[in-house]
Design a protein around this ligand. Structure first.
Ligand code: XMP
Length: 529
């Protein structure tokens, strides 16, 4: 394992990502982690960038024990400054106007000997890199030499002349540093000696073995499924590990997409052979949503009702299990937590304002955990989304499902502005189905990160067969994003949008006009509410 100690940079987790892409296993922990907290001995340590100045009172500092461990250390940006500052407070100063570097820069590698040159081994002398720093090194710490310079930074890269300690002022983890991954390979594989043997099939085998050991040979596990990638992959993994002692529950909340419930049933029960209970609670949800227009109220109602129903089902499953001679109690609850959620909770940063309560990120099972004494099982918590997709392929889940766009827990209720009536749900569903089918037919589905058709609050006036006719306003949304934190509208051709519009207005009763939301996130969000 290569340990990344996160000093709070928005790019820290990308270091972990890049290493895993090199098949080197890496984990990120907050910079406040002490060596004595670790359950493993890392092969190497990377100190990430961060928003602080090392000389500030509130700045975080690395536990000195990591430097005494004897394993190689690479400091990136703030990490470099931390290395220099530890060896002399005067080594780091604030950059003056015109000397700060934000954006692309050209570095030139400086070669000395076979030890210091290892970080840039096999790389060209001149490279484009991405810089983002106000502070800088004013001088080399004792025992170090310069291994890279830019026009503005005489110390863009440094290395200890004997010890395996390196520092770079630029960010190797971002795509704007094209040779950054090669540099990280030099560090992790070349300098640290980490083996590039981490793969999804080995992860899958290890995880199945771990789950079997954890759950034992009697206990049962329950999990909610939605038809999304994460819950399906989690369920398939549990099925592989403990067979019919895993029970999936699908709650039809009345605001899923057209035919979705049926499709999930086919996939989970028939294609994957998972023991599945479908609870049709659509009426209960639609009744409760009547007159609710505020998005947070919609979310809260759907989230809470979901937990109520799920709890009721869990008790029923437990009752049924009591009567089977081989089965034990339901002791575990499957949760599809992914690594970005974990990173979100361990990242070293101040509290950020809640923009929307995404109920599937933490919090959901807490009442169940407390009330029924269930323990959490989170087999995906070390994986990024595309790694979950790879794991899904490994488990034989078909490509259509593996590549599915994410879909929010509150379903189309947050894609319908205003009242969520059965009529409006039906209209939104049909429009959405046409839009998504046309995206698929055009071969654009996998290029787009998320797409849907939603409904505006008001009606607009239209004309049909010479008659004035009022109808709803459809809002199409399609975005491209990697992390769902920022997103751009997908640049469809006008012809395509006009075709979609024509089909929706012709085929769905009650629609007057179709619009396309071209606003990026921020300032817009991906969902309408
Ligand atoms: P926003 O609208 O905040 O969405 O730009 C970002 C991502 O989060 C999903 N999302 C949700 N998922 N429950 C969920 O399970 C929610 O309440 C929720 N709200 C937004 C959204 O679909 C997008 O992928």
């Amino acid at each position: 394992t290569i340990l990344v100690l996160d000093n709070g940079s928005q790019y820290s987790h990308l270091i972990t990502r890049r290493l895993r892409e090199l098949n080197v296993y890496s984990e990120m922990l907050p910079c406040t982690t002490k060596l004595s907290d670790l359950a493993f001995k890392p092969k190497g340590i990377i100190l990430s960038g961060g928003p602080y100045s090392v000389y500030e009172e509130s700045a975080p500092h690395t536990d000195p024990a990591f430097f005494d461990l004897g394993v190689p250390v690479l400091g990136v940006c703030y990490g470099l400054q931390e290395i220099a500052w530890r060896l002399g407070k005067e080594n780091v100063v604030a950059g003056t106007e015109g000397q700060r570097e934000y954006g692309l820069a050209d570095i030139v590698a400086q070669r000395h000997n076979s030890h210091t040159d290892r970080l840039f081994e096999g790389l060209e002398d001149a490279m484009q890199v991405y810089m983002s720093h106000g502070d800088k090194l004013s001088q080399l710490p004792d025992g170090f030499c310069t291994i890279a310079t830019t026009q503005n930074s005489p110390f863009a890269g440094i290395a200890h002349t004997e010890k395996p300690i390196y520092g770079i002022q630029f960010h190797p983890e971002v795509t704007h540093t094209p040779r950054g991954t090669a540099l990280l390979r030099n560090f992790a594989v070349g300098i640290c000696g980490a083996k590039p043997d981490w793969s999804m099939s080995s992860f899958c085998d290890q995880e199945i073995a771990r789950i079997r050991k954890l759950v034992g040979d009697r206990a049962q596990v329950i999990g909610a499924v939605s038809g999304g990638v994460d819950s399906t992959v989690g369920a398939a993994l549990l099925k592989e590990a403990i067979g019919s002692r895993f029970h999936a529950v699908l709650v039809d909340n009345g605001v899923m997409r057209l035919n979705e419930c049926q499709q999930v049933k086919e996939t989970l029960a028939e294609h994957l052979g998972i023991s599945l209970t479908v609870v049709d609670a659509s009426q209960r949800f639609l009744d409760g949503l009547k007159g609710v227009v505020d998005s947070e109220k919609k979310r809260k109602f759907i989230g809470n009702t979901f937990i109520d129903i799920f709890e009721e089902e869990a008790l029923k499953i437990e009752k049924r299990a009591e009567n089977t001679p081989n089965a034990g109690k339901v002791e575990w609850f499957l949760q599809g937590t992914l690594y970005p959620d974990v990173i979100e909770s361990i990242s070293f940063k101040g509290p950020s304002a809640t923009i929307k309560t995404h109920h599937n990120v933490g919090g959901l099972p807490q009442r169940m955990m407390d009330g029924q004494g269930l323990k959490l099982i989170e087999p995906l918590r070390e994986l990024f989304k595309d790694e979950v997709r790879d794991l899904g392929r490994q488990l034989g889940i078909h490509e259509d499902l593996v590549m599915r766009h994410p879909f929010p827990g509150p379903g189309i209720a947050i894609r319908i502005l205003g009242d969520v009536t059965p009529e409006r749900v039906k209209i939104a569903r049909q429009a959405d189905h046409i839009f998504i089918s046309m995206i698929r037919e055009a071969g654009l589905y996998n290029e787009i990160s998320q797409a849907y058709a939603g409904l505006d609050t008001n009606k607009a006036v239209g004309v049909m067969g010479d008659k004035r006719q009022e109808g709803y306003i459809v809002i199409l949304r399609a975005v491209k994003t990697t992390d769902f934190m920022t997103a751009e509208a997908y640049p469809f051709s006008m012809d395509f949008l006009m075709d979609v519009s024509r089909r929706i207005v012709n085929e769905v009763d009650g629609i007057a006009l179709v619009t396309y939301n071209t606003t990026s996130k921020p300032p817009s969000t991906i969902e309408l509410q």
